[in-house]
Ligand binder design. Structure first.
Ligand code: SOE
Length: 392
């Protein structure tokens, strides 16, 4: 008999939908000994949250997250609200003894992320951060190939995360453009993903040097402050402009502790690139290439292939032997972006059942934040910065 865990989810927009999809589908595809129950969804605006509860199929809704985290019937708190709210909700949830799943970036600063990790550790709860791209089967295969030595020594880790949803100067001043709410712009939103993938695939960062730009410095203010993301439009107050206080693009170079060199680019201003996450890793024995918009493929070049037959081979990552795939469809029947969240929730459920910490967890969120902050310092001081944990 599977054990059930009641989920209370704070947030109901784009990410709330992705997480709901994951909770709803996980037990349909994966054998899980612990099964999530979509108990309560929470948001401030009653009309909107009640509609989300109906649409996504949650049993009930709340309009106060403070009340939600105190509910006796909730075992896991899911946080997918604007970044500046993560800390307060996560710390309260930890103190109330709830396990926590939190969206990325973990917080708006390294100090806040550390506080969240400490609170979760003190409370002895399990925690996870939603770096969902670790859970793409092709990325899992890349990890396996690197682990088995197929790339040899890694020389280069090259990563880009390119989007274009805000290139229109009339796109309104949503929370993602405000430092106090988002912490950072493309840097926190997009570089956080590729920094995490770099840590996962190539190891720890040693030092970084970066540059940032805000191309559109003022945007129309919103009539009502609402969370808006890709695909949503807003009523904006024409004429009244507010200041953008985060970066539109952040590029940086890195040295890894292993000696590998890294090159990172995150921008919201790459017209034509809707959600273009690209990784290329070059090692002494071969190379790997991954592109999110073709997420069921991994390209592999092996120097060990015979002369005259060398070239990048396209591996369609849809065989039962590939990470997570056995649970899905027959070979060649591909999966999609939203399914990475199903894998994330599956891993969390498995970890709960086995009474161990899932990955990536708040410690990974903290390490990512450390790199984000080092890059920001480097931009400010126009020099290389060591990525070092403070000695306690
Ligand atoms: C918006 O840039 C966004 O939704 C990010 O916040 C997500 O983390 C990314 O996966 C897709 O784009």
């Amino acid at each position: 008999m599977a054990k059930k865990i009641n989920v209370g989810m704070v947030g109901y927009k784009f990410m709330g939908k992705a997480h709901s999809h994951a909770y709803r589908d996980v037990a349909m595809f994966f054998e899980t000994e612990t099964v999530p129950v979509m108990k309560v969804i929470c948001g401030r605006t009653e009309t909107a949250v009640s509609e989300a509860a109906r649409k996504f199929d949650w049993e009930a809704y709340e309009t106060s997250w403070e009340k939600l985290v105190q509910r006796q019937d909730i075992g896991l708190v899911d946080i997918n609200t604007p970044n500046s709210t993560h800390r307060e909700i996560a710390v309260a949830a930890a103190k109330a003894g709830k396990h926590i799943l939190c969206e990325k970036p973990l917080a708006v600063s390294l100090a806040e992320a550390e506080e969240m990790l400490e609170a979760a550790r003190q409370a002895g709860v399990k925690h996870m951060v939603c770096f969902n791209y670790r859970k793409v089967p092709a990325v899992g295969l890349a990890k396996k190939l690197i682990g088995e030595g197929h790339l040899g020594k890694i020389y280069h880790f090259r990563a880009q995360y390119l989007q274009d949803w805000v290139t229109d100067p009339e796109f309104p001043l949503v929370w993602r453009f405000k430092k106090e709410e988002a912490g950072a712009g493309a840097h926190g939103d997009l570089n956080s993903h590729i920094i995490d993938l770099a840590r996962y695939l190539a190891g720890d960062f040693a030092k970084v040097v970066g540059m940032q730009e805000t191309f559109i410095k003022k945007r129309p203010e919103l009539e009502v402050s609402e969370e808006l993301t890709t695909g949503l439009t807003a009523e904006s107050r024409r004429g009244k402009l507010g200041e953008v206080t985060v970066d539109d693009a952040t590029l940086f170079l890195a040295r890894f502790k292993s000696g590998a060199l890294g090159c990172f680019e995150a921008t919201r201003f790459a017209n034509g690139r809707r959600n273009g996450l690209r990784l290329e890793i070059n090692g002494s024995k071969g190379s790997l290439l991954f592109e999110l918009e073709n997420m069921n493929e991994l390209w592999f070049y092996s120097c060990e292939d015979p002369d005259g037959m060398q070239g990048f081979r396209r591996i369609q990552v849809s065989e039962a032997t590939h990470p997570y795939i056995e649970a899905w469809w027959p070979p060649g029947h591909i999966i999609g972006w939203g399914d990475t969240f199903v894998h994330l929730v599956y891993d969390f459920m498995k970890a709960l059942h086995e009474d161990r910490m899932p990955t990536p967890n708040f410690a990974d969120g903290v390490e990512c934040q450390r790199v984000l902050e080092a890059v920001e310092k480097s931009v400010k001081e126009e020099r290389w910065i060591d990525v070092e944990a403070k000695k306690k």
